[in-house]
Design a binder for this molecule. Structure first.
Ligand SMILES: C[S@@+](CC[C@H](N)C(=O)[O-])C[C@H]1O[C@@H](n2cnc3c(N)ncnc32)[C@H](O)[C@@H]1O
Length: 303
């Protein structure tokens, strides 16, 4: 196993699920994020929240926790629907610290699961799973990829993926880190997989990517919430994982349709609809989330 450091944003995501413990369905995240993983987050508010729990109302902590509750539940529901619809393969692309192979071990008993990620992150995660959760289910296969230089098609076909089986692709928290060509090529290939397959993926809106560029030229976020959001993006850039890809506002349907997929749904991560569905928001007024309105999650199916 290599000694390289894992993706810090993958630890950030698992830490946000762990902070949301009790409300986030990923009850295993808290086991995976120990002292060494917290240390990799440095001075980040999430590391502090996990260690001391004295800053749970901090905007960064609240927003990260809420975002990951919405994201986890949206994907979990898609997975359950896919299995009920006869899917027999699950591909988790850019898996990070995804725990679904373990959390859904019973549901996935009749399916094959492929976790695909870069080496440093996958190696670290596998070691940590062994230490804290235990043996992997027999139906789980780990595969290595760098989507900037390799295609999902090549990696999966060398790893035992069967293109004739209906497959559910989970692509959570990854597209924003990739060149547009890698996002398009991957979705284009998914669109050619067995009919009835589907993909869930989240994405930044293009105007957020534009704001990041503007900030580098001196633009200042107009509100406290926007400043916290932009601080997060600055932090992940400093971790070497800048957000570079986005889809124009309102264009997700056209984006996936052009690539041959049928758009099922797009949900704004901080929308009132998302809050009603996943965050128990039952007031009449809109959900007041100011900092994640440039970020959505979508599901599309293979025709
Ligand atoms: C924010 S993490 C999300 C991890 C996990 N899917 C989750 O939601 O918790 C981003 C993930 O994308 C992966 N990733 C980033 N660039 C990649 C690339 N070029 N090829 C493959 N995976 C990549 C990272 O290794 C990391 O696991």
């Amino acid at each position: 196993m290599s000694n390289e450091l894992p993706s810090r944003t993958s630890i950030w995501a698992a830490a946000a699920r762990a902070v949301g413990a009790g409300r986030n369905p990923d009850y295993l995240a808290a086991k995976l994020i120990g002292a060494a993983e917290r240390a990799l987050l440095g001075e980040h508010q999430l590391a502090r929240a996990l260690e001391f729990g004295d800053n749970l109302q901090h905007l960064e902590v609240q927003s990260a926790m809420q975002t990951l509750i919405v994201r986890t539940k949206f994907v979990d529901e898609g997975l359950e629907r896919a299995i009920a619809g006869g899917v027999t393969q699950v591909v988790i692309l850019g898996a990070g610290w995804d725990t679904r192979a373990h959390r859904f071990a019973d549901l996935l008993r009749g399916a094959r699961v492929f976790e695909v990620d870069q080496a440093a992150t996958q190696n670290w995660k596998r070691r940590r799973v062994g230490e804290t959760i235990g043996a992997d289910p027999a139906n789980l296969t780990y595969l290595l990829i760098d989507l900037r230089h390799q295609t999902l098609a090549d990696v999966l076909s060398a790893g035992g993926y069967d293109p004739d089986q209906k497959t559910f692709f989970i692509w959570e928290g990854v597209t924003m880190y990739l060149p547009e060509a890698a996002v398009r090529d991957t979705l284009l290939w998914i669109a050619q997989q067995a009919q009835g397959s589907s993909v869930v993926f989240d994405f930044a809106h293009r105007n957020l990517i534009d704001s990041i560029a503007a900030m580098a030229k001196g633009w200042e976020p107009p509100t406290e919430a926007a400043r916290v959001g932009m601080d997060r993006l600055r932090q992940i850039k400093a971790w070497g994982e800048p957000w570079i890809f986005g889809i124009p506002d309102g264009a997700a349907d056209a984006f996936v349709s052009e690539l041959g997929l049928a758009h099922r749904e797009t949900l704004g991560m901080a929308s009132t609809e998302a809050a009603r569905r996943y965050l128990s928001w039952d007031r009449d007024e809109p959900f007041p989330a100011a900092i994640r309105q440039f970020y959505s999650i979508a599901e599309a199916t293979v025709l």
